[in-house]
Design a protein around this ligand. Structure first.
Ligand SMILES: *[C@@H]1O[C@H](CO)[C@@H](O)[C@H](O)[C@H]1NC(C)=O
Ligand SMILES: *[C@@H]1O[C@H](CO)[C@@H](O)[C@H](O)[C@H]1NC(C)=O
Ligand SMILES: *[C@@H]1O[C@H](CO)[C@@H](O)[C@H](O)[C@H]1NC(C)=O
Ligand SMILES: *[C@@H]1O[C@H](CO)[C@@H](O)[C@H](O)[C@H]1NC(C)=O
Ligand SMILES: *[C@@H]1O[C@H](CO)[C@@H](O)[C@H](O)[C@H]1NC(C)=O
Ligand SMILES: *[C@@H]1O[C@H](CO)[C@@H](O)[C@H](O)[C@H]1NC(C)=O
Ligand SMILES: *[C@@H]1O[C@H](CO)[C@@H](O)[C@H](O)[C@H]1NC(C)=O
Ligand SMILES: *[C@@H]1O[C@H](CO)[C@@H](O)[C@H](O)[C@H]1NC(C)=O
Length: 402
């Protein structure tokens, strides 16, 4: 324990110390009377125009060094795109007004501590599609701009993507210097299980509006994960191993968008945490390979819902006609005013005409590719639905309606 604390303390000290030395070097560079000519390496290699430095896909194997970055001082870059280069190690970048830094689709495995400490204006950092492992990133790598006694917060940091790396968990206080983050993408990482420390790192981001955790091999989401994010609007937890609706969704009543595609949920019953998402406008439940039954009231209470995708669920056989219905105080049925409804490519033998009451606002729909049984019960499909879909101006599909 003692040695652990000592280690982290000394590492932090080294960071500050290292940073101070570099600051001195930069200062000397600017103040000296006979300066070295500014390096032109970056704008010779990349294209530099209108504040954008585009180095995409140039087969760069080595990251630029401080003197190269110093050469951009007069150019004043706002956006730097280094994506699609076989770079394995990221080193510190000079003090520049860069707002967007794109390091996606490289081969990055390691990043120097304080790589971004001079980028006070950094707002967008894309590190997606690299080979960053759990131990390669910690709060020192993501240290914020240097204040008088140490790193302070990035004041504009809004967007961070770590998608498609090799993260099994997140280090303690990983996002310490970016507390105002609005968008975080952790998709396509083998998290498998969100431990307390990982959860702490995420739940510290209390202004988050969008969180992506798609394809992270997750079986559950721990309670408390979303408790502090009162502003969370968009959540993508698709392509995970949930067999039921995660109860943690209760903590996110402000959600307007939820993606639960490609999860092995078998049945949607009433009274799940979905019913707490009263502000939800868009819900996607597509390609649920095991979904068989959707009960009455399964999506009750979603009064603001306008877009519902419940398609490509090859086993979805029993869809209760009242799956969207809830009752108000006067015991009247309440339906959401859907504008888009996709029920195509399921295993439905009929779609109940009761659903039609709710189609006043519908502009797009697809009910095709279901094994409809041709009987009186479905005659309304021919009488009402087909003409309706034909007159509907936008994008409906009556093709493949068997
Ligand atoms: C990329 O650079 C390496 C050497 O740095 C070279 O061997 C390789 O052929 C280059 N690839 C392309 C596509 O130019
Ligand atoms: C390069 O990166 C910048 C900043 O992230 C981004 O705005 C731009 O769209 C990227 N260019 C391409 C072609 O993806
Ligand atoms: C970064 O560049 C990639 C292209 O390699 C692009 O797809 C991506 O959208 C860019 N990221 C941002 C945040 O603009
Ligand atoms: C779906 O409903 C049918 C008929 O009520 C039932 O036999 C089946 O077990 C249910 N499936 C699941 C996964 O609950
Ligand atoms: C979720 O909804 C249920 C049923 O409407 C309600 O009893 C419960 O209090 C709600 N939970 C939260 C956290 O809002
Ligand atoms: C589709 O539904 C029929 C009954 O309508 C059922 O016999 C069949 O097993 C279902 N197919 C799948 C893939 O669940
Ligand atoms: C749907 O719209 C109608 C009129 O546009 C409105 O009276 C009704 O309250 C709306 N329903 C819901 C659930 O918002
Ligand atoms: C309908 O399709 C047009 C182009 O075909 C597209 O611009 C529009 O956004 C679509 N509308 C909806 C509601 O999907």
């Amino acid at each position: 324990m003692v040695s652990c604390q000592f280690l982290s303390f000394s590492a932090f000290f080294v960071l500050l110390f290292g940073v101070k030395i570099s600051v001195t070097q930069v200062d000397v560079g600017t103040e000296t009377t006979s300066p070295e000519p500014l390096s032109t390496a970056i704008c010779t290699t990349c294209s530099c125009a209108d504040g954008v430095v585009n180095c995409m896909n140039l087969n760069l194997t080595v990251f630029f060094e401080i003197p190269d970055w110093d050469g951009l001082r007069d150019f004043q870059p706002l956006s730097v795109n280094l994506s699609q280069n076989p770079i394995t190690h990221v080193t510190r970048i000079s003090k520049l007004p860069i707002r967007e830094l794109n390091l996606s689709n490289c081969d990055i495995q390691t990043l120097e501590d304080g790589s971004f400490v001079y980028l006070e204006d950094l707002a967008v950092l894309d590190l997606s599609n690299n080979k960053i492992s759990t131990s390669a990133i910690n709060k020192k790598v993501f240290a914020g701009p240097l204040g008088l006694i140490g790193p302070v917060n990035f004041k504009n940091m809004q967007y961070l993507s770590l998608a498609n790396n090799d993260l099994h968990s997140l280090a303690q206080d990983l996002f310490l210097f970016m507390p105002d983050l609005l968008h975080l993408d952790l998709s396509d990482n083998p998290l498998a299980f969100i431990d307390q420390v990982t959860m702490g790192a995420i739940s510290d981001l209390k202004y988050l509006k969008e969180l992506k955790l798609s394809n992270c091999e997750l079986e559950t989401l721990p309670d408390g994960l979303l408790r502090r994010q009162r502003k969370l609007r968009r959540l993508d937890i698709s392509n995970n191993r949930f067999t039921t609706i995660p109860s943690v969704l209760k903590e996110a009543p402000s959600l307007t968008y939820l993606n639960l595609d490609r999860t092995p949920i078998q049945t949607l019953d009433s009274n799940t945490a979905l019913c707490n998402l009263t502000k939800l406008q868009e819900l996607s439940l597509s390609r649920l390979s095991r979904l068989q039954n959707v009960s009455a009231g399964a999506l009750a209470g979603l009064g603001d819902l306008t877009i519902l995708r419940m398609n490509y669920n090859p086993r979805l056989t029993n869809l209760d006609p009242d799956f969207l219905v809830s009752k108000n105080e006067d015991d009247e049925e309440v339906w959401p005013n859907l504008s888009e409804l996709y029920l195509n490519n399921n295993n439905l033998s009929s779609i109940d005409s009761a659903i039609i009451d709710n189609w006043k606002e519908l502009v797009a729909a697809d009910f095709s590719t279901n094994p409809y049984v041709c009987d009186c019960k479905n005659q309304w499909v021919v009488d009402v639905l087909v003409p309706l879909l034909i007159t509907m101006s936008a994008n409906s599909s009556i093709n493949n309606m068997v």
